[in-house]
Design a protein around this ligand. Structure first.
Ligand code: TYD
Ligand code: MG
Length: 453
């Protein structure tokens, strides 16, 4: 016997409660609870006593390996973040702010795949999708199918007829299932639709891509369970006004989460950026002060990033500190280290810091480049454009070793740098292997002395 029951959900985080609450105890959001009707099967037999036919446990050697587990993609960046192509039966969630390019990326993927693909859009009409596809250069193909639909049951009717090898849903928030009464995009609907799509993916071994919206604070809209359900979560990020877009994995059951893909938004869709360092550091004239290049790692990739600092006399009583693409608390820490350990007077100065290209960097190996850029701007001394930096700065003003130093050095060398400053604690570097000059130092002060005399 099915019994209708209502439950209150937090629209922000998916917290469940039997009664309405003004403030969510989980995410502290006010006025976020809505009522959802759920039908629960009030079975009297406890699950452990029920005698349903089921899978039997197997040992690992008994499990048949699937044939051809991954479908490789033409898009090298997407391939990389997915860990080498899409896995059969994989459920992939791709999130990002509106206008970042999720639909463009998915349509490009649909147009480039050789197997039969069904692209379901609940946001755009077939004509609008055609207009978009016309902007994207692609070979004419008859394997990409477009469907404009928001009802889950109707989507499945078409899927069962067409039998696509890849299914793309743009977006999960626009789909709605007739089994649930609440509006599309609500927690219960998102959960229901994603659950059914997951079962479809697993039973038919069809990879499914879900496009998901993002809330104001940058997390994926819908309940957290959505992120638990899917195999892979990709975040598409970047400043909408800048050209570059970064695709990051935040969860991947079939690969590493430290990978990163970079695209450039052009008038004909997204272009893959195979060698990001070249564009991140190409736009500068020699002799500008306040600019330093840091060798950072993103996943398995080295990125040489241009760091720009501007230090100027504080116009108002309290000095301002502002950073784009770099943690502002870390900037404050580095400024304190500079003041204490090198005698630089920062207290009466505004400091602005910017990572070129709208990239967000978390790698501490760019600390040294940040400090050097600040000093360079403070004293109006420019740094030779063939010099780069890779070291973490500690509270004592000491340079700390960073991981994968060989890879960073090799990338700097490849891009034509002639000197790299590193920490003397990075041991085991074979300097004779490289044509780039490697300068190891133990203290920040020594680097400044060597650079500016
Ligand atoms: P879209 O893929 O619609 O974003 P989302 O689905 O994440 O909301 O991307 C829309 C933006 O991309 C829009 O501002 C226009 C821009 N764009 C281009 O610059 N070139 C193109 O070829 C396309 C298709 C879009
Ligand atoms: Mg879209």
């Amino acid at each position: 016997m099915a019994k209708a029951k209502s439950i209150f959900f937090c629209q922000n985080c998916g917290y469940e409660s039997a009664k309405w609450l003004g403030k969510c105890p989980a995410c502290q959001q006010w006025n976020s609870f809505v009522e959802e009707v759920v039908s629960k099967n009030a079975s009297v037999v406890p699950a452990w006593q029920s005698d349903g036919a089921s899978n039997t446990p197997k040992t690992l050697p008994e499990i048949e390996p699937g044939t051809e587990v991954r479908i490789p993609l033409q898009d090298a960046e997407l391939n990389r973040v997915l860990g080498g192509g899409i896995v059969k039966g994989g459920l992939i969630l791709i999130g990002g702010e509106p206008g970042i390019g999720k639909s463009t990326l998915m349509l490009q993927l649909a147009l480039s795949l050789a197997p039969k693909v069904l692209y379901v859009s609940g946001e755009e009409s077939e004509q609008q999708i055609k207009l978009r596809a016309d902007r994207i250069p692609h070979k004419p193909n008859d394997t990409t199918f477009i469907l404009s639909e928001t009802a889950l049951e109707k989507v499945f009717t078409q899927v069962n007829q067409l039998k696509p090898q890849v299914l793309i849903i743009d977006s999960i928030q626009t789909l709605s299932s007739a089994k649930i009464e609440s509006v599309p995009g609500s927690v219960a609907q998102v959960r229901q639709c994603a659950g059914e799509l997951m079962q479809f993916a697993k039973t038919t071994e069809t990879p499914v891509f879900l496009v998901g919206h993002i809330t104001k604070d940058g997390s994926l809209a819908g309940p957290k369970v959505l992120e638990h359900m899917v195999d892979t979560v990709l975040q598409f990020e970047g400043d909408r006004n800048l050209m570059y877009r970064i695709l990051r994995t935040t969860k991947n059951r079939f690969g590493s989460t430290s990978e990163l893909g970079i695209y450039e938004m052009q008038s004909e869709g997204l272009r893959q950026v195979a060698n990001p360092s070249e564009i991140l550091i190409s736009q500068r004239d020699a002799g500008v002060s306040g600019v330093a290049i840091g060798a950072s790692m993103e996943g398995n990739r080295t990125l040489l990033i241009e760091i720009q600092a501007l230090v100027s006399g504080a116009a108002y009583g309290t000095p301002q500190r502002s950073s784009t693409g770099f943690d502002s608390r870390r900037l404050n820490m580095l400024l304190a280290v500079l003041e204490k350990r090198t005698g630089l007077k920062m207290a009466t100065h505004d400091v602005f810091l910017n990572m070129a290209g709208g990239i967000k960097v978390e790698d501490p190996a760019i600390d040294l480049a940040v400090c050097v850029a600040v000093l360079s701007s403070q004293h109006e001394l420019s740094i030779n454009e063939k010099v780069c930096f890779a070291a973490e700065v500690g509270l004592g003003g000491e340079l700390r070793a960073v991981n994968r130093i060989d890879q960073r050095i090799a990338e700097a060398e490849k891009l034509g740098f002639d000197t790299i400053y590193i920490s003397s604690y990075n041991k085991g570097i074979n300097a004779s292997k490289h044509s780039i000059a490697i300068k190891p130092f133990g203290l920040l002060k020594q680097v400044f002395g060597d650079l500016f005399g």
